[in-house]
Design a protein around this ligand. Structure first.
Ligand code: ATP
Ligand code: MG
Length: 411
């Protein structure tokens, strides 16, 4: 048994790691609820087609990163690599395309077969937000403002920059695509193998490459802005006005394209310089075509997802380990009444613990070891008088307190 190890690219969340993780989810849940979002939980595995249709057969996630397997019934299933596809599938299969808009928050594990490194795992976790059924750029700005408020509430907003771009509408992209193919064809000698393969199929995604050589070529690539239709340019201008209205600071970055194929108009990322190559903590955009891909009616939608592990690494204020109250019986006869006190505290919502054995000295040592903030000491004389000695480990003070008053005094 000693050779068993966690699977490469997976991590255990224990102690402080788990508290950080949970704090991020709790905060995101609270902030997104203030924006009217409702939490959904969709299955962790889906029919493989949910992802191959949503991500596009040519995306990296589909071709290289998916954890797919055949179950005993012969169906091809996939551990979800991202959350949006499942939410859209659920929207359609639950008949909710008739009940729009839907404003959705989710949190949970995602799975991608990637090369593990700092900030990149094979099981990682995301929080995400989706506004489904709204075509106005106000929705794009609002969902970004929600993300920004979560980063602010986590105390990491000063470490990130919001970068926005537009991918235009279909006509804009057709024109831009042709310009990109011209440009990259002229530079194809310097392109990576992956990018060469994308040149004809999806040149837009070359802009998303992490390869050094590609990045140098990308720096000189034409931007979409000269190719935007009037309507797409107006949409983008409104987005920027609304962001200013929400008070969300941003910069424009014409090289931002979403890694996935179904995005149009708004694309954005919150990036940090503190995590090396894994600098994107939150990414999103508008995906008006996806619900239809899932078999629903044409439905506009916009959203984002953020990597909890990356947010966790930026978190400065680590939630402190909780400090319990230690209940300490003195002598065997005190144990039963001490149990009653222990439960009285717990039922009042106070974290309370009692050691399973030991004399007074041992129990106080243990209380110290588990970081107790106070000890409630119950000897036979105290019990007879309906009181307890409360030792406050923070101030060092000791005081006699009537048992009935313990919950109020210790809260
Ligand atoms: P990257 O460019 O870093 O590969 P991506 O474009 O694949 O990111 P998205 O699919 O947009 O990422 O997912 C949204 C967020 O989820 C990312 O910004 C990142 O914070 C996080 N994320 C994505 N893949 C991983 C991973 N393998 N491990 C940890 N976090 C991840
Ligand atoms: Mg990726």
């Amino acid at each position: 048994m000693s050779e068993l190890q966690p699977v490469r690219g997976t991590r255990d969340l224990i102690g402080e790691d788990h508290r950080r993780h949970q704090h991020i989810i709790d905060t995101a849940r609270r902030v997104s609820a203030s924006y009217g979002l409702e939490e959904w939980a969709t299955p962790i595995f889906e029919d493989t087609r949910v992802f191959s249709r949503s991500l596009g057969e040519s995306s990296d996630v589909v071709t290289k990163e998916m954890y797919s397997f055949q179950d005993r019934g012969g169906d091809s299933l996939t551990l979800r690599p991202e959350g949006t596809a499942g939410v859209c599938r659920a929207l359609v299969t639950n008949g909710l395309t008739q009940a729009l808009p839907q404003k959705v928050f989710y949190a949970g594990p995602m799975f991608r077969y990637e090369r593990p490194q700092k900030g990149r795992y094979r099981q990682f976790h995301q929080i995400g937000a989706e506004l489904i059924g709204t075509a106005e750029p106000l929705a794009d700005a609002e969902v970004i403002a929600c993300g920004w408020d979560i980063l602010k509430a986590l105390g990491i907003a000063h470490d990130v920059v919001l970068e926005v771009n537009t991918l235009g509408d279909r006509d804009s992209r057709t024109a831009y695509r042709a310009a990109l193919i011209d440009y990259f064809t002229a530079h194809q000698a310097g392109l990576s193998e992956d990018s060469l393969a994308r040149l004809e199929r999806n040149p837009l995604r070359i802009l998303d490459s992490k390869d050094e050589g590609d990045r140098r070529i990308n720096a000189g690539a034409p931007t979409i802005h000269a190719h935007l239709t009037e309507a797409a340019a107006a949409f983008y201008a409104k987005l920027k006005d609304y962001l200013a209205g929400f008070g969300v600071p941003f910069v424009e970055n014409p090289s931002i394209v979403r890694g996935l194929d179904y995005y149009g108009h708004t694309a954005f990322e919150f990036v940090t310089s503190r995590l090396g190559a894994q600098g994107t903590v939150m990414g999103g955009g508008r995906y008006d075509g996806l619900v239809e891909e899932m078999g629903g009616p044409p439905t506009p939608a916009v959203g984002w997802a953020a990597g909890i592990e990356r947010l966790s690494m930026l978190l400065a204020d680590v939630p402190a380990a909780p400090r319990p109250v230690a209940v300490v019986p003195v002598g065997e006869a005190a144990e039963a009444p001490a149990l009653a006190v222990l439960q009285q505290l717990r039922h009042a919502g106070i974290r309370a613990e009692m050691a399973y054995r030991g004399n007074l000295k041992r129990r106080l040592e243990r209380a110290n070891r588990i970081g107790a903030r106070a000890a409630v000491i119950l000897g036979e004389t105290e019990i007879a008088r309906g009181v307890a000695q409360v030792k406050d480990f923070v101030s060092g003070a000791q005081q006699e307190v009537p048992v009935a008053e313990l919950p109020t005094r210790l809260r």
